[in-house]
Design a protein around this ligand. Sequence first.
Ligand code: SAH
Ligand code: SF4
Ligand code: F3S
Length: 487
Amino acid sequence: MNNTLLEKEIENLDISIEAPETEPLRQYYFIKKTRILLEQLKDKYKGKLTACIKTFGCQMNARDSEKLTGILEAVGYEILDSKKENEADFVIYNTCTVRENANLKVYGRLGKMSHNKKHNPKLKIALCGCMMQEPDVVEKIRKDYGFVDLVFGTHNIYKFPELLYNSFKAESTVIDIWKDTDKIVEDLPVERKFPFKSGINIMFGCNNFCSYCIVPYVRGRERSRQVNEIIKEIENLANDGVVEIMLLGQNVNSYGNDFEEKIPFSELLKEVEKVDKIKRIRFMTPHPKDLSDDLIEVIKNSKKICHHIHLPLQSGSSRILKAMNRHYTKEDYLLLVEKIRKEIPDASITTDIIVGFPGETEEDFLETMDVVKKVSFDSAFTFIYSKRTGTRAAKMPDQVPEDIVHDRFDRLLALVREESSKQANKIVGQTLPVLAEEVNNQDSTMLTGKLANNLTVHFKGGKRLIGNVVDVKLVECHDFYYIGEVV
Ligand code: SAH
Ligand code: SF4
Ligand code: F3S
């Protein structure tokens, strides 16, 4: 549903009676109720009320934040830039817990917020996202950060209007965390960050339990959205000016595995391709263990799917991969890359790598370096292993000493940079389609856009090109970005 239709539904709701039990109607009811509450507050304080959303973590969280934004706007908050948390009357932290440093950042921010709260009586603070699914975290917030108004998790984010309303009525922190869910609630308001591109959840959760990873514990089991719901959302987005979409899931190749009649991800892609006004399709993230030949075929034959495959390697050592529970070997991975390159020669391949997994020896690490050299990734996100309580790896012996991990990390990063620079330089001189995304923040006569391979191009051009795919000649390469000219 688009926001105008939804607004009509909300208008017509009777809020003098008890809240309806069915979703999303129940949430529309609380949107309307909160709206009245906020109107009263605005009168009392003689001015507008502002909100700021701080998002940590991955694309899933970014998409969730767009949903939170939609709801905050629907109840009457004016949304501020994410850097203006000190000026806002409502601050919500959408948290990530994939590595410990993501966690620490949030506690740092909360410390400052307790000070702000003393100076702004209107200020409300909410916490949500993956970190809140950890019982220890919620306990710490209860104990040390009692000034927080609202805490909720990843499974009940659709209930935000109701929880928000309750937190206005409550004297103490409202906490609502669910352990898991089999529910997917459609048709809530969403406000996109970019008018011309959008992420779309195709599935939630993860069943893979890679031994280092906390995501399955905080996002629950895999739940796929119905094809018709996904297509309906994409059609609405296309009618609203969106030209590029990114299909989101922790392991998109297992899309539809939870349906009685299985629908492979490659079939979903074919359906998405049929949506007329969509010009570019991306997806994130496929798992190397089940990237099918069909999928490669569909990408190869598509006119819209970007030739960019993010294929997380994690480690190049088959022994470590086994301990990570990744279900592929170094050789499997290399073969897969070979197959992709053969079928889709201009495919950009990017990856994620973890250094310092428990028991990783110098030999294991050199295997990783070997894969990086052989594949010559277009880019790679490199991470230092972070021990996550509750995961299998946290209990493994031989956690690698910090100085050794840092030394390996530096060597890996240097090699990754060398290889990605090599790859980036290969396409200089070519003319390629670029989605113009924004005015360059250093030179207002320039625009900044993205190639299909996701690399950035800066080129001379006027604002009116934003949201269009234009042909740009790549004139200079600066390793991570290009300077181009519209042709
Ligand atoms: N579902 C995606 C990505 C999930 S998290 C996938 O399977 O690829 C994104 C990345 O964070 C992972 O690919 C991994 O490289 C990294 N990561 C996850 N857990 C980590 C941990 N405990 N320590 C360091 N990096 C981690
Ligand atoms: Fe984590 Fe593995 Fe699931 Fe990715 S596939 S979210 S790394 S458990
Ligand atoms: Fe972080 Fe949760 Fe994403 S833990 S990486 S925000 S799924």
